[in-house]
Design a protein around this ligand. Structure first.
Ligand code: SF4
Length: 450
C-alpha cells in the first residue's frame, strides 16, 4: 500500500521528534523543561502500574478496570530506535495490503513515520473504512479512537491498539454508569424524556464529543442524541436545539462551553454537572432554566494553556498569531486570535502565504511536526514546558513492532472490539452526526476531532 498521509505531504527537514527533545533535556544536552523526566524512560516501565503514565494526564484519576498493558517482550524493550524502525518496515512490507497503520496527529514522530494515514480520530476511522481488504487496522492513537475504528470497519477486520494503556483521561471522565445515573436524575426534574412540549421539543438531547467511549456513544444513540467533533460542534448543537429544549454535553466542558457561548448561550444557562454531587451540584431551578448542561470533564493537555502564556507570547513575539484548540479553557480561547481543531490549525498554517509567527495551543507532537514542516514560519507551542499527551505517548515504536510482527506470525494482539448491543446505537449517533453535517465546507475546513 502506498503511504498516504492525510496531513504530511512532505517529510520535514528538521527533527520534529518530541522524544529526542525530551531525551536531550533530561541528559542536559539541551536547555529546556519537561513536565516529567520519566518521559525519557520506556513506556513499558509503567505497564504494570495503574495510571496514565508521565505526561499531561499523569495527575488524572484512572478508572478502576481500565485496560492494562501486559509486559512487552524484552527484545522490543531492548531494541534500538534503528532496529525497531527496520523491523517495522520489514513487517509492513511482508503484510502489504493486509494491514493499515493509522497515526494520530498527537502521536510521537517515531511512530507516525510508519503510518499510512495521519490525521485526527474521525479522519483516521474513515481512512480505515476505505480499506475493507485489510485484515488488521493498527490504530496508533488512544482507546476511544480504536473503538470508533471498530464501529466503522468491517466485522472481519481486527482493530489493534498497540498499547492497551493508551486510554484518554478525558474520555474516561464520562463513565457510562455515571451518565446513566445523571439521566435518571434529570428525569426526576424534567419528567418523561421522550415527551415533546408545545414547541415539539423533548426536554434534553444528549450530545457527546467524539472523544468518549463507545458505551457513551451508544447511550447517546439510544436517547435520541448525537456525536460531535471539535469542528462540527456548532452544527451539532444547532441540530440538537431543533429537537430539544436543552443539551446534555459530555465529556468536555470546554468544547461545550466555548461552542455554546459562540452561539449566544449565556454562561448562566450552562450549569456544570459534577457526577459526584446530587443533581450534578446544581439546583433543580438552575437545571430547569439551563440550555446546555456541561459534564465536568476536560483534557489535561489543553488545560495546560493559559492567558499568561498568550500574553507572554505577544510580548516576546509582536504580531504573533495565536491559535488554540477549543478544548482549551474559555478565557484562553477568548484571548487567542483563533480557535479551531487540529485540522483547522494545520490548514491555517498551510494557508499562510507570508512568513508568520504562530503560537499554537495544542499537543506538542503536532506543533513540533508543523514547525519542522513549515520552516518558512516560526511555529512554537504556547506551553514552554514539553509535556505530551500521556496516553498517546504510551505507544512507543516497540509496541508497534510487536503487534506487526505478531500479525506476520499469524497472531492478533491487543484487539479492540465493541459489543454489538453497544455498537448498533453508537453507529446511529455517528450517522446522525454525518447527516447533520453542512453540505458545503468552508474554505478553511475545520473538520476534525481532537
Ligand atoms: S490530548 Fe486530551 S483528549 Fe486527546 S487523547 Fe490526549 S488526553 Fe485525550
Amino acid at each position: 500500500m502506498p503511504a498516504v498521509n492525510i496531513a504530511l505531504q512532505s517529510r520535514p527537514d528538521t527533527d520534529p521528534s518530541v522524544d529526542h527533545a525530551i531525551q536531550a533535556i533530561v541528559t542536559g544536552e539541551a536547555v529546556g523543561e519537561t513536565c516529567n523526566t520519566d518521559l525519557a524512560a520506556g513506556p513499558w516501565d509503567f505497564d504494570g502500574r495503574p495510571g496514565y503514565g508521565p505526561g499531561s494526564s499523569m495527575g488524572d484519576v484512572i478508572p478502576t478496570g481500565s485496560p492494562r498493558q501486559g509486559e512487552l517482550p524484552l527484545q522490543y524493550r531492548e531494541a534500538s530506535e534503528d532496529e525497531l524502525n527496520e523491523r517495522i518496515v520489514a513487517a509492513k512490507a511482508t503484510l502489504g495490503d493486509r494491514v493499515v497503520v493509522l497515526g494520530h496527529f498527537y502521536q510521537r514522530e517515531e511512530v507516525v513515520l510508519h503510518a499510512d494515514y495521519v490525521g485526527d480520530s474521525f479522519q483516521l476511522a474513515n481512512a480505515a473504512k476505505a480499506h475493507p481488504e485489510a485484515e488488521a487496522i493498527v490504530f496508533c492513537g488512544v482507546h476511544f479512537m480504536a473503538e470508533t475504528a471498530d464501529l466503522l470497519s468491517g466485522d472481519e477486520q481486527a482493530v489493534i491498539l498497540p498499547n492497551l494503556a493508551a486510554g484518554c483521561s478525558m474520555a474516561d471522565m464520562a463513565d457510562i454508569d455515571q451518565v446513566e445515573e445523571c439521566w435518571e436524575q434529570l428525569e426526576e426534574i424534567y419528567g418523561d424524556m421522550d415527551a415533546v412540549d408545545a414547541d415539539g421539543l423533548v426536554p434534553v438531547i444528549p450530545v457527546t464529543y467524539m472523544n468518549s467511549s463507545a458505551a457513551i456513544k451508544g447511550f447517546v444513540g439510544r436517547h435520541g442524541g448525537i456525536v460531535c467533533t471539535s469542528s462540527n460542534a456548532r452544527t451539532v448543537l444547532e441540530w440538537a436545539f431543533e429537537r430539544g429544549r436543552r443539551v446534555l454535553f459530555f465529556p468536555d466542558q470546554h468544547l461545550g462551553r466555548n461552542t455554546a457561548k459562540a452561539m449566544g448561550v449565556p454562561l448562566e444557562h450552562m450549569p456544570m454537572w459534577n457526577p459526584r454531587k446530587p443533581f450534578g451540584g446544581s439546583t433543580p431551578d438552575t437545571l430547569e432554566e439551563s440550555r446546555v448542561i456541561l459534564w465536568h470533564g476536560f483534557c489535561s493537555v489543553h488545560r495546560r494553556f493559559s492567558v499568561a502564556q498568550i500574553e507572554q507570547a505577544r510580548i516576546e513575539h509582536p504580531g504573533v498569531r495565536v491559535i488554540v484548540h477549543p478544548e482549551c479553557p474559555m478565557e484562553v480561547v477568548d484571548a487567542a486570535d483563533e480557535a479551531g481543531s487540529t485540522d483547522y490549525i494545520r490548514k491555517a498554517i498551510e494557508a499562510a502565504s507570508e512568513p508568520t509567527t504562530f503560537a499554537i495551543g495544542t499537543e506538542v507532537n503536532l506543533v513540533q511536526r508543523l514547525a519542522a514542516q513549515h520552516p518558512q514560519h516560526e511555529i512554537f507551542c504556547l506551553d514552554p514546558v514539553v509535556c505530551p499527551c500521556s496516553t498517546m505517548y504510551r505507544i512507543h515504536p516497540g509496541y508497534l513492532a510487536w503487534v506487526l510482527e505478531g500479525l506476520v506470525a499469524g497472531t492478533v494482539l491487543n484487539r479492540i472490539t465493541v459489543a454489538p448491543d453497544v455498537a448498533a446505537p453508537a453507529r446511529v449517533a455517528l450517522e446522525r452526526m454525518l447527516a447533520a453535517k453542512p453540505p458545503a465546507a468552508p474554505a478553511l475546513t475545520d473538520s476534525s476531532a481532537s
